[in-house]
Design a protein around this ligand. Structure first.
Ligand code: ZN
Length: 320
């Protein structure tokens, strides 16, 4: 009897310990979104990230623990625009979560993968687009580019959306959420000015970005660069390696366009980039932080840090 009583007491303690976290957990799909959420939510909430630092959100393989994490969430924040859909949709279903889901891409301007200068479309859901694809048409043509976070100018509205969601869940702390958001908006504006002025020394003919995948569309549009090509020729890393013919075409293009450098990425190292750089006799620049933060203690520890680092790497690689 004594043992049963002790067991019951232990059980009650365990349950009461677990409940507060279970009630106050925000799940973010990526480390970058997790960083924004932590900045706005403050320390009252526990923030859990699914795809970790240096992780690839295109090819992520969720674990059974992720289903559990989603089941206990009070709020789920994801990027949307096709970034996580493939792996996230099934685990959202099986978690049977009742938590609100905030899709940040719905709160900013999205561009399509190609022709992005002509087609600015606000907050449309790519899954409801229902656009007809003709047989043999380039697979990624006309898809929305999910990489909105890589232009700090577009992050402002996404951070505001996080604030509004938190206020609706926890109106008692509205003031605190508003203050933290205002402070973060200011940091984003400083970052934006810093990137613009730092990169101003790069002349127009050298403002050309070539990465492993096409992650820098929004950055290019907002900071007056051209995303000339990408090694994988794709908006996602979940694609086959380029064929020998693709590589040869890219090498020719790099020479013809006088591309100064190609950039590695923190989320996916592919030896093809180095081989292409060698063949085209262009610099292989250090990795840019693309779809994830870097490890603690690196420049990419925070979103603001990773974007400053990216600007420095671009400056060093492309300055005359
Ligand atoms: Zn990506």
């Amino acid at each position: 009897m004594k043992n049963v009583a002790r067991l019951l007491v232990t059980l009650v303690i365990l349950l009461s310990c677990q409940q507060p976290t279970a009630e106050r957990t925000i799940v973010a799909s990526t480390s970058i979104i997790g960083d924004w959420v932590s900045n706005i939510a403050g320390t009252d909430w526990k923030v859990v990230t699914l795809v970790g630092r240096d992780g690839d959100a295109h090819t992520y393989e969720p674990s059974p623990a992720d289903v559990q994490t989603l089941a206990q969430a009070s709020l789920i924040v994801l990027n949307g625009a096709g970034l996580e859909h493939v792996w996230l949709h099934p685990i959202l279903e099986s978690s049977k979560t009742q938590a609100p889901i905030l899709e940040l891409a719905e709160h900013t301007q999205l561009i399509k993968s190609e022709h992005h200068h002509e087609e600015e479309i606000e907050g449309q859901d790519p899954y409801e687009e229902g656009e007809e694809h003709e047989e043999g048409e380039e697979h990624h043509h006309g898809e929305f580019d999910p990489h909105v976070w890589l232009s700090p100018r577009r992050v402002r509205d996404m951070v505001t959306a996080i604030m509004n969601q938190l206020i609706s869940l926890d109106p008692a702390n509205e003031q605190a959420y508003r203050q933290r958001t205002a402070a973060y908006h200011q940091k984003l504006e400083e970052l934006d000015r810093e990137i613009t002025s730092k990169l101003a020394v790069i002349p127009k003919e050298r403002r050309k970005l070539v990465l492993l995948h096409q992650a820098f569309g929004y950055f290019a549009l907002d900071y007056d660069f051209e995303q000339t090509a990408s090694v994988l020729r794709s908006l996602t890393t979940q694609t086959r390696d380029p064929s020998a013919a693709d590589v040869a075409r890219l090498v020719d293009l790099l020479k013809k366009e006088k591309i100064p450098a190609i950039f590695d990425e923190n989320i996916a190292k592919n030896p093809v980039s180095a081989a292409i750089a060698r063949d085209a006799k262009v610099k292989l620049a250090p990795p840019l932080y693309t779809d994830a933060l870097g490890q603690p203690g690196t420049p990419g520890e925070t979103y603001l840090g990773m974007m400053r680092h990216n600007a420095n790497v671009i400056l060093e690689a492309l300055r005359p």
